[in-house]
Write a new protein. Structure first.
Length: 116
């Protein structure tokens, strides 16, 4: 992906005031539907999404924070394979927690596209 096509996430002066979804609390081999309503970049460079996720507690999902990419952001970005905001916003995805021997936590997040 060329630099000129990089996502312009917009600039959010402050973090959203919603309830943060904690994917680490979902059970292994469990999947949840997440619709990304909006993606923003904070002043600090963090990526935060406002989402609709009926089976999860919250409406805010962080994909990049002070420790870097998180919550399976790389899996999601590889799946979408695009830097256009429209390819994320308004789309529904399934996110699941799956075992991973390569991760120090013993699991990773796997994203899939919901096809209607």
């Amino acid at each position: 992906m060329s630099d000129e096509n990089r996502i312009d996430w917009g600039v959010e002066e402050t973090a959203p005031r919603g309830v943060t979804i904690k994917l680490q609390e979902i059970h292994m081999d469990e999947s949840h539907e997440v619709e990304i309503v909006e993606m923003k970049n904070t002043k600090q460079g963090y990526i935060v999404c406002t989402v609709n996720a009926p089976t999860l507690n919250g409406d805010t999902l962080w994909l990049k924070g002070s420790y870097g990419l998180q919550n399976g952001a790389i899996s999601l970005m590889r799946l979408v394979n695009s830097d256009l905001p429209s390819d994320y916003e308004g789309k529904s995805f399934m996110v699941g927690k799956v075992p991973s021997e390569q991760s120090s936590s013993g699991y990773r997040y796997e994203w899939g596209l919901v096809v209607v």
